[in-house]
Every structure is written in C-alpha cells, then in structure tokens.
Design a protein around this ligand. Sequence first.
Ligand code: FES
Ligand code: FE2
Length: 392
Amino acid sequence: MTIADPTWLDQLDASTVDVAEAMTLPAELYTSEDVHRFEGDALFAREWLCVGRAERLAAPGDWFTVVLHDEPIVVARDKAGEIRAMSAVCQHRAMQVCDGAGNDTTFKCPYHHWTYALDGRLLGAPAMERTVGFDKGEYGLPRLAVEEWQGFVFVNLDPDAPPLAPTLSRYAPYLEHYDLADAVCPGTFTLADLPWNWKVMFENFNDGYHANRLHQYVQDFCPSSMSDFPVPWSDDSNVIFRTAGYTHVDGGFNATHHAIMPVFPRLTEEERTRSTFALIPPTLCFGTAPDQCFFFLVRPTGPQSIDVEIGYLFHPSALDDPLFEHKLKLSDVGVQVFVEQDQDATTKVQRGLRSRFAPRGRYSWQEESHIQFNRWLVQRYRRALAGGPGAP
Ligand code: FES
Ligand SMILES: [Fe+2]
C-alpha cells in the first residue's frame, strides 16, 4: 500500500469495523515518509495539539517553545494574563525568534533583532526605514488558536478551529473528582528520538491487552481482563479512552502495587479501584490512578521517531509531605520498570512494521481502543483528502 494508490483509504476501512471483525492498520502507515508528510496537513495542521501544563505559564511574560511536526511554536502569557500561541518563525527571514523557556517582556529575534510583543505583534525592526512600503502591522508572528482544558494548554494551527472541550465530553466525567486544573506537576522530562512512529506510541499507551502480559507481575493488580470501554464511540469525539480495573482499592504502578502519594480526596470508591487511559491525538496520552495522573506529550520528529515529554500530576497536598521527593523517586522507579518493558516492545514493533512480513493482524476484544483510534484517524485522513475544512 502507498498513498499514491487511489484505493489506499478504502483499504483502511477493514480497520474501523467492529473489533471482532477488524484487521490492524497497514504497516506502511507507520513507516512511510509520504504518510508522515500527509499527516502534517491532515492532522497536525488542524487538530488541537497539547503543548503542556498551564502552570508553566504562571506569570505574565512566562513563555516556552515546542516543535510540533517540524513547526516551531511559542506559547506565552501576555501582559493582560491571556495565554497566546504563535509561530516562532521570525517573519523577517525565518529564524526562530526564541527557543527554550523564559520570562520576558518581548521576543527579540537573535538574528537581526526584530522585536515582537508577547502577543506576536511586531514592535520594532531596526534599519527598515528605507524599505519601501514596509508596514510593521503586516509582519506579526502568525497566531494560533489556544484552549485550556483540565489545566493543559492546547494550540491549533487553524485559527478558526472549532472548540476542543465539547469533543472531549465522553471522558470529562471521569476526571471531575481529580480537580485537575489545580493539580501540580513537579516538572517533566523528555525522552528524545525514540525509534517508533507516534501511532505506535499511542496504541501502546492505550493497550490494555498487554497490561499483565508484557508487564506480568508488575501489573497483576490491574489485569487485562478488567479492561473496559464504558462509553461507546462517537464520531465527534477527540478522545479515546478505557478504564482498567484493579483487584484492590488504591492500587499503584510500583513494586508495592499500592498508591504512594496522597489519593485525590474527592474520588469515589469506584474511582479508587481503577485507572483510566486516554488518547487525545495526535499529541496527548493521559492516564489516571488514585494518587496521580500521568501524561505523555508526543512529538513526531520523523515517520519513525518521536520525542516524548513525560510528566505526573499530584494533588497539591502531596507537596506538603516532607518525604515528597523520596516518594516521587519511589513512584518513578516503579514507572521505569513499565517504561523499559514498553520501550523494548515498541522498538521491536516498529522494526516489525518495516519487515516484509509485517502483518495486518486481528484484534482481541481487549483492544477495542485501537478500533476507536483507527476510526478517529481514518475519518480525519478522509476529511483531508476530500478537501474538508482546512484542506491543504
Ligand atoms: S530573521 Fe529574525 S530578525 Fe532577521
Ligand atoms: Fe505498557
């Protein structure tokens, strides 16, 4: 299959039918340079892309940059307290106006010192007085749409994109008792250039089928057989999620199988005996446990590579514990066991997808999430090819 083949999209329909009937997606979707480029337009230029937690932009002037599918983007809190997102590409000769994170009143491009306001307006451009017809008003940084959801900042390259929150309503009730806008993230770390496609990452994150198989013993308290897909798929949804039941209350993904941090106090008994795992494609993988939430910000660096920024969210009272740092290490060591097993699997999956023997396999009922992800994906591929809103 190549996307030059006019039937390629129709070949994907076998992956969107009922899980009992469906086949996995063709391997080329995970390896091809053409598909990667196509997804840049079909997904990354139109969908809501999570860039991180709003708490990184606590004060006016706070800013940070991310590169999303090769687009450098800067997010900032302006003087009026609004979160703004803009292309970080200087509108003079395309240098990146800033890189990293900081707190400033303006952005000064290092190359020739064009200076932009925190909302992207061009404020100053040296030695341009002889340039005929040059109007500063026409050279601001291109603006992106911004939306905050559960304390996460999302941006959209399409400034007219419809709002994100209504498309996440299937999942919102599962988060209500976490009060996530107030949860604290003690920092993130980034794993760079991991050798697999972003969709392999998403599928692995939301794959209950491997829970107590690949992670046998370490995840026996949260077995694959207790996977559930409680809310039916709907085509207007931007979230794919499942619940993962525990064999005991207040379980934890560490060697003790019990929560280490303070349990979010408003959780119900039922919420304390499960995790939820959610995908908000194409950039956010998010999960909950009774004492913590965890997120992966996935950023493709090529058809077969990604950067992943990983962070945890805790109830604010966790920070009051004098042993917080120790407990964080304990919790992190537990997660590392999973991460290493998952990395070995996803590295080998990607190699398998390059193989001449790569399958179009079949699914277990425990993989219903993958069908929902396929539906999300194929719907958007089709919309882009049909020249729907935002078509290239
Ligand atoms: S490229 Fe930014 S000022 Fe010239
Ligand atoms: Fe895993």
